[in-house]
Design a protein around this ligand. Structure first.
Ligand code: ZN
Length: 145
């Protein structure tokens, strides 16, 4: 697992290059626990997606997009999560089969944003949701090819 080590932490900071932080996420029942390396969510330049599409509305997703290399399970595995697809069926929404927590969405189409997870920030520990820099996304009116 790649880590945000001291060399990363001591990197010169600029508004477009916020410090990376390891966030600990889990589903509600903790059957699944995961580590996510992401630019600090408290940095003003870090945006969190607040999308109005049919699935995000229902699940209350607040999302950051993370390359697979920056996501690792410390408990459970991606294979054990339940998957839900709809529409073009290019994106699988992964949720805990025990508690139902929606953890992340990921493409299952190698030709469509493969290798990136849209992770639900609401599963992260110690994040002040009111302090996030939310970026509205009009997913409701976007079409997935
Ligand atoms: Zn669970």
């Amino acid at each position: 697992m790649p880590a945000a080590d001291s060399s990363t932490a001591s990197m010169e900071q600029s508004p477009s290059n916020p410090e990376s932080v390891i966030y600990n996420g889990s589903c509600h029942c903790h059957r699944f626990e995961f580590n996510v390396i992401n630019p600090s969510l408290t940095d003003p330049s870090t945006q969190v997606i607040d999308c109005n599409c049919s699935i995000c509305t229902r699940n209350g997703h607040l999302l950051v997009h993370v390359p697979d290399a920056n996501f690792s399970f410390s408990k459970g595995s991606q294979e054990e999560l339940s998957k839900y697809t709809f529409g073009s069926h290019k994106i699988a929404h992964h949720f805990c089969p025990t508690c139902g927590t929606s953890c992340f969405a990921a493409s299952i189409d190698p030709n469509f944003f493969y290798g990136i997870k849209a992770v639900n920030v609401r599963t992260f520990e110690g994040v002040d949701l009111k302090a996030l820099n939310l970026k509205f996304m009009d997913g409701k009116n976007a079409t997935i090819p």
